[in-house]
Structure formats: structure tokens, C-alpha cells
Design a protein around this ligand. Structure first.
Ligand code: HEM
Length: 232
């Protein structure tokens, strides 16, 4: 089988979804840790965002890689779901509980739903922050600040402004809980697709995936709620 055929087979699609998924886990983990810098103050957060922006072409390269990862993850994820629907309609995979050794839980069945909500979230998220006031193509002098004599985008002001609204604060909280569910099953599933798991490792990898998902989700949730309830 050619590489192209292997990658478009059901197993190949699971492999691509798993590899891109693990790459995206690294991104969301780093993004969450970066966001926590706002607990050290608005200047620290703006300086952190400015540091990333100063990477210039390297940042564009990383962003291009991120777009490719997101696209492959979403397209292959949808194709896997469509494939499993078709198999079920043919009656040879009638739905029933997968029993003990499988990890077919609520989160595995809801992967397509949580995934699609996260996809819609991402579009709104980028429009609100990345391309929001003061961002690329959206110059706004009221979102410019000066830290230690250096002029930079006042991203902290935008984050404060957005999460003062209950729709953003609780909307983000809700979506981050869906992210926990998505990661809980996703990490386990990715390791299984990569064949990196012996059955004896299943409970450990599943437990670690759940813990990682929870840590990332709670880390993200801290910021909107802290701002909404005036803690920072
Ligand atoms: C409380 C949760 C979150 C907050 C407060 C937040 C905040 C932000 C902010 C302020 C930016 C703009 C950064 C800049 O322009 O320098 C950004 C960019 C971005 N966020 Fe989030 N984010 C959150 C959750 C997420 C999640 C869950 C994902 C992925 C599913 C995500 C994906 C992205 C992406 C892809 C970018 C663009 C990165 C780039 O182009 O450099 N964010 N986020």
C-alpha cells in the first residue's frame, strides 16, 4: 500500500488524528501556562505576549504549523466519525456498551460534539483576541501601552474587558469543561492509535490523560473567573 493510501485508511486517519492531537495538547498546555502569567500582573502578561510577537518569522512559522495541525486534526476527526456512522448503519457495529476493557465512555461518544464546539469556539476566540482591537489589521490606539519604556499591544486590557462580561466568563468556563472531556478521551485514544500502549498500561494512560485534561481545563478556567469575580 502506498503511503497516501495508508494514511487515508481508517487506521491512518486515527494515526494522523492522534499525532496532531498530541501536538495540539502541547500547544494548549503551553498556552494555558502562558495565560497564567496574568496572575503576576498586566505588565507581565503584555510583556509575555510581546516576547512571542518579537519572534517574528519564527512565530509565523509556528502559527502556520498550528493551522496545519488543527486542519488535519479536524478533517480526519470528522472523517473517522462519518466512517463509524456508516459502519453502524450497515448494522455491523450496532451501538452497545463496549464493556470493561474499552474506554468507550460518554467522552468518547461525545468527541465529535465537543470537537465541533471547540472548533466554533476557536473561530470566535481568534476573532476576539488574536485579531481583536490592537491585533493584526485592527490597529487601535486605546489598546497600546508602554511597559518599561517599550510600546506594545495592551492585550491584558482586552482580556479584562472581555471577561468582565458574564457571557465570555461563563461561556469560556463551559467550553473549557468540554475541553477537559475532549482531552480525557483524546490522550488515551492517541496513545492507543500510536500503538504505544500495552493493555496493562491502559488504566495508567487513561488516568494520566484525565489528569492532564483536568489540569489544562482548570488552568484555563482560572483566568476568566478570577477576572469576572475581581480577584485580579
Ligand atoms: C481561558 C481560556 C483562554 C484564554 C484567556 C485565551 C487567550 C488568548 C489570547 C489573549 C490570545 C491572543 C494572543 C496574542 O495575540 O498574542 C490567544 C490566542 C490563541 N488561542 Fe487562546 N485562550 C484561551 C483558550 C484557548 C484554547 C482552549 C485554545 C485551543 C483550543 C486556544 C487557541 C488559541 C490559538 C490557536 C491562538 C492564536 C495563537 C497565535 O496565533 O499565536 N486558546 N488566546
Amino acid at each position: 500500500m502506498s503511503l497516501k493510501n495508508s494514511l487515508s485508511s481508517p487506521v491512518g486517519k486515527k494515526l494522523i488524528t492522534g499525532i496532531t492531537g498530541l501536538g495540539l495538547v502541547v500547544f494548549v498546555l503551553l498556552h494555558m501556562i502562558g495565560n497564567l502569567s496574568m496572575f503576576s500582573g498586566d505588565d507581565a502578561y503584555n510583556e509575555y505576549a510581546q516576547l512571542l510577537a518579537s519572534f517574528g518569522p519564527l512565530l509565523y512559522l509556528m502559527e502556520a504549523g498550528l493551522v496545519v495541525f488543527f486542519l488535519f486534526h479536524i478533517v480526519n476527526g470528522i472523517q473517522i466519525w462519518v466512517g463509524s456512522k456508516k459502519a453502524r448503519r450497515m448494522g455491523y457495529d450496532t451501538y452497545r456498551s463496549a464493556g470493561k476493557p474499552s474506554q468507550q465512555t460518554t467522552s468518547s461518544r461525545s468527541m465529535i460534539v465537543t470537537g465541533l464546539v471547540l472548533g466554533v469556539f476557536l473561530v470566535i476566540h481568534l476573532a476576539s483576541f488574536k485579531f481583536g482591537p490592537g491585533g493584526p489589521g485592527n490597529a487601535d490606539p486605546s489598546y497600546v501601552t508602554s511597559v518599561a519604556g517599550e510600546e506594545m499591544r495592551d492585550l491584558a486590557k482586552l482580556v479584562h474587558h472581555k471577561f468582565a462580561s458574564p457571557i465570555y466568563a461563563f461561556g469560556y468556563t463551559f467550553v473549557m469543561l468540554l475541553l477537559v472531556l475532549h482531552l480525557r478521551h483524546g490522550v488515551w485514544s492517541a496513545f492507543q492509535s500510536l500503538g504505544a500502549m500495552r493493555p496493562s498500561l491502559t488504566p495508567i494512560v487513561y488516568g494520566l490523560g484525565a489528569l492532564l485534561g483536568l489540569a489544562i481545563g482548570l488552568g484555563f478556567i482560572a483566568l476568566p473567573l478570577a477576572i469576572y469575580f475581581n480577584v485580579i
